[in-house]
Design a protein around this ligand. Sequence first.
Ligand SMILES: Cc1ncc(COP(=O)(O)O)c(C=O)c1O
Length: 440
Amino acid sequence: MNYALTEKYLQERKDYVISAVSLYHPITVIRGENAFLFDTEGKKYIDFTSGIGVTSLGHANPELIDAAVEQLRKLWHISIMNLNYPSYVELAKKISEVSPGKEKKRVAFWNSGSEAIDNAIKVARQATGRHVIVAFENAFHGRGTYGPALAATGKYMPYKESMEPFSQGVELLPYPYCYRCPFRHEYPECGLACLDYMKKWFTHARYPPNRIAAFLMEMIQGEGGFVVPPKEYVKELKSFLESNGILLIDDEVQAGFARTGKMWAVEHFDVEPDIMAFAKAVANGLPLSGIAVRESIAEKVHLGSLGGTFGGNPVSCAVGLKVLEIMKRDNLPARAEMLGRIIRKRLEEMYEKYEIIGDVRGLGIMQAIEIVKDRKTKEPDEDITKKIINTARERGLLLLIAGLYSNVIRLHPPLTIEEDVLKRGLDILDESIKEALKKK
Ligand SMILES: Cc1ncc(COP(=O)(O)O)c(C=O)c1O
């Protein structure tokens, strides 16, 4: 392969693609094979990005290709609002069966995570007759639409800058991000001061509980930097919501589908969501998203208020069925948990070696390190974070950045990654930190 091709595509991107679509890694990828990606020069990379937590069953998975091709040959679009077709209905049934909670769920599909969140909010507002949605700072719920998903996203730049006014009726509260507690407390000595703030101050000063339709929450913040809330927080929040007729919308777009070591992140907290939104890994990268709603809530939503021409494409749904079959057959939640333990151990060893690692955290295979200038002040170090990621790429490992201060390195390998490839990737991360520190 040749350099000219790489340059050509990068130049054409500069010339023709709107520059607001950012590019983190300046390489042009033409092929994938499970946990590997290959660029135009034939260079091989270990992929710890999975297309931002999407290709959980690896690139070019042969079973998924067969499922897609079989459906492509039969039917690839008719629109579910016009005519019925099997793959949509069968996937709705399967998702309903595996979704968390005792009550039967009803399901509908769209294409992106942002659409799923906007529609989850439509359902919550119709079902409760209330309008306020409470979400969290440092959260990400989507920039693909201009509705409440964007309003509920808790990072201003680049997602919200110069885009006011946002969809109304969305309020943000501090997330229990204990490493950077906005109240400067330490967990558990804090006694969940942030929850206390919400129950007392917020409900008196901003919105009384009887005006709130739903809380929208990621059970582990993804773009926010793999922040895991204390279990106690989620349980207490849920009991407050229940006693006030407020719904819980669980955003499983990034963390769902086995990534945390359980099928759904919410299962780590022993609470049942009322509405769950999913996307990303559901069809391993073909566009598909959806919501699973408790039947008693779904029944309150009026006919024709949900839909869209493309939502629940027949090919995406056929692949989604195969994804669920493989996840169950190969017990991928357990594999995510096992691989996550390997990653966690290595990251903790790196924490012992490198002072710039301020925090190691995550659930299942979703593990991250937060990079700081000083462990005491916790001042974020975006520069060295970038250096580590760029060095890793030069050495053949693709990583993702995250966090409010762009100083978190989050690991999103496929759940099908071979153990030796995972370990090689972790070695490269370790070497890259060492190398980046030399360049400092
Ligand atoms: C938790 C979460 N919710 C919603 C979204 C939005 O999904 P999409 O980019 O498919 O619109 C994302 C995307 O990263 C996400 O991580």
